[in-house]
Design a protein around this ligand. Sequence first.
Ligand code: NAD
Length: 506
Amino acid sequence: MPSANGNGTAVEPLSIKLALPNGVTYNQPTGLFINNEFVKSSTEEKITVIDPATEKEIAAVYAASPADIDTAVAAARKAFKPWKKLPAAKRGDYLLKLTELIDRDRELFAAIDAWDNGKTYEEALTIDMEEAYHVFKYYSGFADKIFGKTIETHPQKLTYCLQEPLGVCAQIIPWNYPFMMLAWKVAPAIACGNTVVIKSSELTPLSVLYFGKLIQQAGIPAGVINIVSGLGGVAGAAMAGHMDVDKVAFTGSTATGKKIMAAASNNLKSITLECGGKSPSLVFKDCDLEQTVKWTYLGAIGNQGEVCSATTRIYVEDDFYDTFMEAFVAYTKEMDKVGLPFEEGNVQGAQVSEGQFNKVMAYIEKGNAEGAKLYYGGERRGTSGYFISPTVFGDITEDMTIVKEEIFGPVVVIGRFSDVDDAVEKANNTVYGLAAAVFTENITRAHQIAADLEAGVVWINESNDCHFGIPFGGVKQTGFGREMGPYAMDMYTHTKAVQVNLGANL
Ligand code: NAD
């Protein structure tokens, strides 16, 4: 039996009873989920989970060792053939069952993620869980819509191409959307007939582990979805380098993405990398000012600024800069409702961890030291919990650290451009290439700029408006591969060509 942790008491093997900040109690699994069972890690080592809003311990969960990764990969390998051989519509039924269970528990999932991550409950419910639910629903319908092709080569030859699953997929996710990131990865992978081992971030393992219960309730065959909590450098590295893993799908920082790519080279695994970003918004003076301010704010500071595609560099047409800045700062003041995730009316919660909090505060200091003008915020909020005010820097130059590096906090930097060429040059002046936004009523100009932006996603007159049907991913050092929409199916299948000789003699 696990020892009681935080406010929890042991209630059943490898599960503790927890009381959420909203008063709801539930049984939180603490074991690794392998072969449809919660199990201890081989070393019995644990990770302590901290509530970023109070800095108090919530629970401790088992951390996977490389030996546990071997066990999880073996389970996924054993489950692969029977899962692949199931009629496609049957796999779709299983996904639909998971969708229904996610819908049933969406408030619980949202509360767990708000507690574990520090984001507001409102945001977790209306954004994360809404999206996770739709992603599962979307891919449940895709399981029996994977089409091959035939190719004409010769009247007495038939060639057809099959889209086949890859095998065992190792999936490694970050902490900013704990359960939603699982949905993005698990749903398309299993719809295509793959089996998975997914690892949560060590900072936010709770909702991902709780999903194991739904897998049991949905009757998903053992080994199809295995869930591990664990440290990146231990469990994550063991997954990326595992010789019996066929694919690694990773979302996280560019630095880790590079390590994963190196580790995955040992058996030439297929890889998808969704890494960091420093995305731009370009604001022209003919934009709808009120809407532009709202979208650019959401694009930069939504989810506490912890968004890979956050458009955190805003460039404004020179003679419109003062007008935009005045409106943006006024709106920031309006949106500055930072506080406890479960307190109604709060717009912004806590940063995920002490480490992340310190990193963001250090960037704010650096911005001040390097001469950017602080227009708003820049301070810690409260005396406990990792709360930071929304922060607006203006009058930036391209060489400043806060302009070049991904901050991953509620900090936006605002500069100027002189004309379209200058705007595009500044937008592309980054090693990253995830997203970009353009605000103008001149639709010709908007499309011309969209063509010139080095990004995987371009928004026109909006920002960070992600949708489960639209491909998401980047170029340059953001990585490669696309998630979401039909494009995700290409990431989880390979093409097999079958050539049939119908009587052509040699
Ligand atoms: P991170 O790279 O530190 O960790 C991400 C995951 O990788 C975690 O599960 C971690 O345990 C694991 N990991 C760490 N070291 C590893 C190693 N050596 N081998 C294998 N796995 C390892 O990133 P983070 O701090 O969790 O997340 C923030 C970063 O993620 C930001 O840079 C952000 O831009 C990026 N992100 C990108 C997207 C996207 O879709 N492009 C989405 C969300 C977050």
